[in-house]
Design a protein around this ligand. Structure first.
Ligand code: WAQ
Ligand code: MG
Ligand code: MG
Ligand code: MG
Length: 253
């Protein structure tokens, strides 16, 4: 069956590359007959976004010719916290458990402060904390990832979790991002002012959902990916942008 990659990005004040503010993005994989519905979903996502009404929107649809890799989602653990500080300290503890030094973690949080300007993720050296992608305000956008049809709902049922579209998208993203040799951890929270849940994820420790990573109303959010210095950055970016990934419950490589 032919599969298509569907990508959407929307901005306000012109296209991103001309300084527009990022409003919304999305990436899906669908069969031909599903394209219309998926595009409708992505349009609604962009046109009803709490960050504002976009005046630029781009949709890209292309046939996937590379073989699709099936992955099982990372294991999910939820930590309930009431204060941002508590949430961020918890995130720091997990990053420490993964072997990152305090200074690198500090720098990672500093990068999170500027990621609102960045439409993708920021890649950071896990030893120095320095930024290592050369993608500027574009950052690194992971695309060509999704759940196989019906699998997310099945997975939620098994996990006794309420299906939540943000979890669906973020878990697919985090699973792909972590699935590369030398990637140590990802730190994320949303840029949507009304969504304060974030996470730290890694292949080893799984997806640690933290219920409060920022204050309500805060539009600053992003993704920082810590990678070992021996990773070839361009190969990893190529993987994030090009290798098609579908999530399926209980499917191991
Ligand atoms: N590739 C790389 N970076 C991305 C991508 C992508 N495909 N999509 C978003 N980002 C970056 C970008 O800088 C955004 O500004 C930032 O992440 C936040 O994106 O309940 O909703 O889509 O467990 O707003 C996490 C918790 C929610 C979900 C994260 O992020 C849960 C979220 P958003
Ligand atoms: Mg998103
Ligand atoms: Mg951002
Ligand atoms: Mg967002």
């Amino acid at each position: 069956m032919n599969l298509y990659s569907i990508r959407m990005r929307a901005a306000l004040g012109g296209p991103h590359e001309q300084g527009g503010k990022h409003i919304s993005g999305g990436e899906q994989i669908a069969a031909f007959h599903e394209i219309q519905d998926r595009v409708s979903y992505l349009l609604r996502k962009a046109l009803e976004h709490d960050r504002g009404n976009p005046d630029f929107l781009q949709l890209t649809i292309d046939l996937i010719v590379e073989p699709v890799q099936m992955l099982s989602p990372l294991s999910v653990y939820t930590h309930t916290v009431n204060q941002v500080e508590e949430g961020r300290n918890l995130a720091r503890g997990i990053l420490r458990d993964l072997g990152l030094k305090e200074i690198v973690i500090d720098k990672g949080f500093k990068w999170m402060e500027i990621t609102n300007e960045v439409r993708g993720a920021i890649l950071v050296d896990a030893i120095t904390g320095d930024r290592i992608d050369q993608q500027g305000l574009k950052g690194v956008r992971a695309t060509r990832l999704d759940w196989k049809v019906g699998e997310f709902e099945k997975w939620c049922y098994a996990q006794q979790l309420q299906p939540n579209i943000r979890l669906k998208e973020a878990l697919a993203l985090a699973t792909k991002i972590s699935h590369y040799e030398g990637v140590v951890a990802e730190l994320c929270w949303s840029d949507d002012p009304n969504y304060v849940i974030g996470y730290v994820s890694s292949k080893i420790l799984g997806y640690h959902r933290i219920t409060k990573m920022k204050e309500h109303g805060d539009e600053n959010g992003g993704r920082v990916i810590f990678v070992n210095p021996d990773v070839r950055v361009n190969d990893y970016i190529q993987f994030l942008e090009k290798t098609p990934i579908l999530l399926k419950m209980g499917e191991y490589e």
